[in-house]
Design a protein around this ligand. Structure first.
Ligand code: ATP
Ligand code: MG
Ligand code: FE
Length: 355
């Protein structure tokens, strides 16, 4: 079965085609990724310091058809050979989601193919299975750390997700982006903060580890950002209003150390509480090197294994949507329907999806 996936929930336009044949034959799922095309709008939003929803929608409209053609060319398959079309139904920006939904429905109607709406976080959640060497078996615990979400999830199988804990305020990626802004780095700041932190002195700044000992699996990162702001103001005041590069790197390091320590500590607790020994990390912050190293160390110590998506599939992409669509259809072929309503869900909790 071949599934074409479309992602337009935020500021990346992604298209990919997956074929289920390799993994039905017991080979790694990543071998079924026939081809993909991705366009990131980051450069367009940089001047505004964040994503401008209306600009995002308009740009998706401009990019989507050429990207579909590019993905089909790369996959060396015709649109007629695709069996179903999957698109991101939510959560995300309503206007941006509508672009992907309309194109998916229009194509499905014209080609007389079934179409299936996918939960964006389910895409992130299953993306580690696309790694070439993935040997991940259900059940697992997933740490989803993206720009809009921070959740620990108990994943029993495709469509069987229980939220164990989540952020009460900012998402981990959001905390990275806001800290980047405070340090004068451009949007999205996650990669820049983590690069800067590599040159910083661990321990030069001690930031709080929010909710580390809260006794549950929830998170809170808004206060951490406020602590960074306080330090930035203090250091700037001591240097005639400017922030020296070494201090900048030290603050970045202190921030990353704090956020990573909390994420690692809660992930280990989630594994212990559930009795599961496999951790899967997904979402943009999963690309963070410091987080990967610390998780690796902590999991090795406890005898747990930890898995990530390939680096290029950590942030938004079409492959994860095509793949989640294919996984769902393998489980229940009835899910793909011929229906043409534009039923996007900008807000949509992950534990409210049907299998
Ligand atoms: P959601 O999936 O919750 O709707 P999103 O799609 O915007 O949100 P992703 O694309 O998964 O989120 O990830 C983007 C986020 O990841 C941004 O906040 C970005 O700063 C962060 N990020 C990307 N690379 C890194 C990195 N190396 N270190 C830390 N953060 C990173
Ligand atoms: Mg993005
Ligand atoms: Fe995302």
């Amino acid at each position: 079965m071949r599934v074409l996936g479309i992602e337009t929930s935020c500021d990346e336009t992604g298209v990919a085609i997956v074929d289920t044949a390799p993994w039905e034959a017991g080979k790694p799922a990543g071998m079924g990724l026939l081809g993909q095309a991705l366009y990131s709008q980051i450069a367009m939003h940089v001047d505004y310091g964040g994503v401008v929803p209306e600009l995002a929608s308009r740009d998706h409209i401009k990019r989507i058809i050429p990207l579909i053609n590019q993905a089909l060319n790369e996959s060396k398959c015709s649109i007629e050979s695709v069996d179903a079309i999957a698109y991101t139904q939510g959560p995300g920006l309503a206007g941006a989601l509508l672009v992907g939904a309309s194109v998916a429905k229009g194509m499905a109607l014209a080609l007389d193919k079934p179409v299936l709406g996918i939960h964006h976080l389910e895409g992130h959640l299953l993306s580690p299975l696309l790694a070439d060497d993935a040997n991940i078996k259900f059940p697992f615990v997933a740490l989803l750390v993206s720009g809009g979400h921070t959740q620990l999830m108990h994943v029993e199988g495709v469509g069987q997700y229980t939220i164990l804990g989540e952020t009460l305020d900012d998402a981990a990626g959001e905390a990275f982006d806001k800290t980047a802004k405070l340090l004068g780095l451009s949007y999205p700041g996650g990669p820049a903060v983590s690069k800067l932190a590599m040159n910083g002195d661990s321990g030069a700044f001690q930031f709080p580890r929010p909710m580390k000992y809260s006794g549950d699996l929830d998170f809170s990162f808004a206060g951490l950002k406020t602590s960074v702001l306080t330090q930035v103001k203090k250091v700037s005041a001591a240097h005639q209003g400017s922030l020296p590069d070494t201090e900048k790197a030290n603050i970045a390091r202190g921030f990353v150390d704090a956020i990573v320590e909390v994420l690692v500590s809660k992930s280990i607790t989630a594994l212990k509480n559930t009795g599961i020994n496999t951790l899967v990390v997904a979402g943009g912050v999963g690309a963070n090197q410091q987080l990967r190293e610390s998780l690796e160390k902590a999991c090795a110590k406890e005898g747990f294994s930890v898995h990530y998506p390939p680096l290029h599939l950590c942030t938004d992409n079409g492959a994860m949507i095509a793949f989640a669509g294919a996984m769902r259809l393998m489980k229940n072929p009835q899910l793909a329907k011929k229906h043409w309503g534009f039923d996007v869900k900008p807000r949509w909790p992950l534990d409210q999806i049907n299998v």
